[in-house]
Design a protein around this ligand. Structure first.
Ligand SMILES: *Cc1c(COP(=O)(O)O)cnc(C)c1O
Length: 481
């Protein structure tokens, strides 16, 4: 790098000398109003940071002239800094990925009833573990046990942090130092770190695999039962299908075998729809009620998958086994808080009235939205999107398929409609264009998450409910090409 000449140095000194002091910046009326909005300490920190960066830029010879240091410019730069610094890390986004229960985007959206119930529990003292009838200490699980009994026919229930915790706690309670019989066709891994064999080890159980990847017969289970057997486990293989020459033992047969041999059958349902989804034209998912009726002693499922509630793991089943699970000291480590229970109770209550469920339960409302709705929405957002994306982009309406997500029903899809954005001229630079478009949408005030596939950035409109909010912020779309 060349040394700046004497004249340049003098100019540099001059600019540095003209930099306002911290106190002077703080005294500017526009900045004083920032203090009112963001607080004195954050504004002071932002002013110091801004001046330090300005000094460094001047010394590096990158600085502009001192006229940039007028009050309006300072106030604007500070405001941008303060907004960035004080923005929540957890932010709402538009989930236009086409996956309704998107694990990375927070899975189920909760109905207003659940939101209000959780807010009430947060704002007030509540009878979380207090029996209002007897005036004595209560049990937090009792808040939802009645509803779960009514909805699933279970004798007893307990709630933990998520379904992974439910499986872990049940295994640890019912089969520590014992063998758990599982079909080789059900050795699942779900999204990252939940692998059945690993969970078994951590729960202190010994995995006893039976059958083969594609075929397992009743005799395989029967032959494996011995003095060390603690549980028979059936796992609903929710995130894949084994097709072709396959055979699995259904719960009715397995339930009968388990009863005959005096070994409890546990079923990990994964998503576990609480009601028959075929009523709304959705694919069939096993319900806890039928699984229990088929002879399972313990059934576990998630709160925030098809159930449409908060993150939770629900354990339902036989009274004696649930009582043992509740006594496990690990239950205390895995239990849920009042917000979760409040939201769960409100969501379960909606299931009492199946006729109105598809309007009231957000997840179900989104899953049952007819494709014509999304086509109509696409027609309304097309114009604003064309305008926002500029001449370099070709924006079209396209039919697409949504996914339920969270491992549920992977081979089924739901007809939907959305927007595809591709470069106006195909060829070189397509990858860069798509990256720029994707990042432009991600950097909107309410980030829009879509998906890139087959040479286009795609927005599935199934989960777009706030159309006005979506359109209003398109003016801020910046596509860096
Ligand atoms: C999703 C799933 C789990 C894990 O449930 P979380 O609520 O995410 O912890 C466990 N088993 C099966 C079969 C699943 O589908």
């Amino acid at each position: 790098m060349q040394e700046p000449d004497i004249g340049a140095r003098a100019a540099q000194k001059q600019i540095l000398a003209e930099l306002p002091s911290v106190d002077r910046v703080l005294g500017l009326p526009a900045v004083a109003s920032h203090v009112g909005q963001f607080g004195r300490e954050p504004v002071l920190a932002a002013v110091r940071q801004m001046l330090t960066e300005a000094r460094a830029a001047i010394l590096a010879g990158q600085s502009s002239d001192a006229s940039a240091w007028n009050e309006a410019a300072i106030a604007q730069s500070l405001e941008a800094r303060l907004r960035r610094a004080t923005q929540s890390r957890l932010r709402p986004v538009f989930n236009l990925t086409g996956t309704v229960l998107h694990t990375n985007l927070g899975r189920a959206l909760l109905p207003e009833e659940a939101i209000q119930a959780a807010a009430l529990a947060m704002r007030n003292a509540c009878n979380l573990e207090y029996d209002l009838d007897g005036g004595a200490r209560g049990d937090r699980d009792d808040l939802v046990t009645g509803l779960l009994r009514e909805l699933t026919g279970c004798e007893a229930s307990t709630i933990v942090n998520n379904n992974a915790a439910a499986v872990f706690l049940a295994l640890n309670t019912l089969a520590a130092r014992k063998e758990v019989i599982v079909s080789r066709g059900e050795q699942i891994e779900i999204g990252g770190a939940f692998r059945m064999p690993d969970i078994m080890v951590r729960a202190g159980c010994k995995l006893r695999e039976v059958g083969t990847t594609n075929r397992t017969h009743l005799a395989d289970y029967a032959d494996a039962i011995g003095p060390k057997t603690g549980l028979i486990l059936k796992v609903h293989t929710s995130n894949y299908v084994v097709k072709g020459f396959t055979s699995e033992v259904d719960e009715v047969e397995l339930g009968a075998l388990a009863k005959e041999r005096g070994i409890p059958l546990m079923v990990d349902l994964g998503s576990g729809a609480l009601t028959d989804m075929t009523r709304w034209g959705l694919p069939k998912e096993p319900t806890p009620q039928e699984t229990l009726a088929h002879g399972a002693a313990i059934v576990t499922f998630s709160g925030d998958k098809l159930l449409g509630g908060p993150q939770a793991g629900l354990i339902v089943g036989a009274r004696d086994l649930v009582a043992k699970i509740k006594k496990n000291p690990l239950k205390r480590a895995l239990r849920v808080g009042k917000m979760t229970l409040a939201a769960l109770e409100a969501v379960l209550a909606l299931y009492r009235d199946p006729d109105r469920l598809a309007q009231r339960l957000t997840t179900l409302r989104l899953l049952t939205r007819p494709a014509a709705d999304m086509h109509a929405a696409a027609g309304r957002v097309l114009g604003p999107l064309v305008a926002a994306c500029g001449g370099g982009a070709l924006v079209t309406i396209e039919a697409c398929n949504s996914q339920i997500g969270s491992g549920a029903l992977p081979v089924e899809s739901l007809p939907s409609a959305g927007i595809a954005i591709r470069p106006a001229r195909a060829g070189k630079g397509e990858g860069r264009f798509l990256k720029a478009i994707e990042s432009g949408f991600r950097n909107l005030p309410v980030p829009v998450v879509g998906r890139v596939s087959d040479g286009a950035f795609r927005l599935d409109l199934r989960c777009l409910e706030d159309e006005q909010g979506f359109i209003a912020q398109l003016a801020d779309l910046k596509v860096k090409s």
